[in-house]
Design a protein around this ligand. Structure first.
Ligand SMILES: CC(C)(COP(=O)(O)OP(=O)(O)OC[C@H]1O[C@@H](n2cnc3c(N)ncnc32)[C@H](O)[C@@H]1OP(=O)(O)O)[C@@H](O)C(=O)NCCC(=O)NCCS
Length: 271
């Protein structure tokens, strides 16, 4: 056990540091964070921090601000510096910045390694999420639809589904990625494919959710799904996706009421 480090400085992450951050996240075994961190920084340049120890990048955290909800991601400390309070310093720094911006509830997807830290800071369990994957390759997503013309309806549906304003993420994704929509008289669901990942997917009814997963599955090989949504678990299984890793959705602050319309997460670092 190392001694606690009392003097670490938590500072904003600069885009020029991304290669070092990605190497750290790879070493820490967080492939979702590796794939997402450049996007998070692009969407919200003032929502990522890092610690350097003796010049080397030693830890990172990101926080996406969704109105009064903050989503924590990319939480990692280099093996050589663990159990010395660096993770705690990073997370408390992100909490303080978030609270100054009006965040009252923080959410995250916890790995088993992260849980002791989150427990200590007062996070409570919400539900289990699964990373799932299927063998084979993903078809070219340029065959899917550009959903940017539906932005207003998508933002409104997503807000009802998640009880938060994930505008910063959805604006970013709709500019760059393709997907599919489900419609009755109004929009009943939407889903996107982002670099081989199927998600986010939001649907108001089981028919819409199943149709979206069936439509998008050939264009993706992995996803993160909320296990309480049994119809989502069944739809992914029917499309050949199998369980890879279990995570826990955890929460700090008042609960956010949601109707269970989330079929797939955007990513473990973005909710
Ligand atoms: C999770 C992680 C970031 C924690 O970083 P860290 O710098 O080791 O955490 P800290 O030293 O600040 O620990 C915070 C508290 O949790 C406790 N703690 C940390 N790891 C623990 C463990 N394995 N078992 C029990 N308690 C533990 C510490 O005792 C500390 O409590 P204290 O401040 O009261 O002494 C780090 O383990 C990591 O990068 N893991 C791999 C990547 C990962 O899974 N990240 C989480 C993604 S959700």
């Amino acid at each position: 056990m190392h001694s606690a480090i009392s003097t670490v400085m938590v500072e904003p992450l600069d885009p020029s540091e991304l290669p070092e951050v990605i190497a750290l996240l790879e070493r820490a075994g967080l492939p979702g964070a590796v794939a997402g961190v450049a996007r998070y920084l692009r969407w919200q340049p003032d929502g990522a921090w890092r610690v350097r120890i003796d010049g080397a990048l030693a830890g990172t955290v990101t926080l996406l601000r969704y109105g009064h909800v903050g989503f924590v991601g990319c939480m990692a400390v280099d093996d050589a510096h663990r159990s010395r309070g660096v993770g705690r310093r990073l997370l408390e720094h992100a909490h303080a910045a978030g609270r100054r911006a009006g965040i009252t509830t923080f959410l995250l997807e916890a790995t088993a390694a992260g849980r002791p830290l989150y427990d200590k800071l007062g996070y409570v369990d919400e539900y289990e999420t699964w990373n799932v994957a299927r063998p084979g390759t993903a078809a070219d997503p340029s065959a899917l639809d550009d959903l940017s013309a539906d932005r207003g309806e998508i933002l409104a549906l997503d807000q009802r589904a998640t009880g938060s304003s994930r505008d910063v993420m959805i604006h970013g994704l709709l500019r760059e990625q393709r997907g599919a929509r489900a419609r009755g008289d109004t929009l009943t669901g939407y889903g996107l494919v982002v670099g081989g990942r199927l998600g986010p997917v939001v649907a108001r009814d089981p028919g819409a959710g199943r149709a979206l997963i069936d439509r998008l599955a050939p264009f993706a090989t992995f996803a993160s799904i909320p296990v309480p949504n049994e119809a989502a678990v069944a739809a992914f299984a029917a499309n050949g996706f199998a369980h890879v890793r279990s995570l826990r959705r955890m929460r700090l602050g008042p609960p956010i009421a949601t109707p269970g319309w989330l079929w797939a997460l955007a990513s473990p670092g973005a909710g």
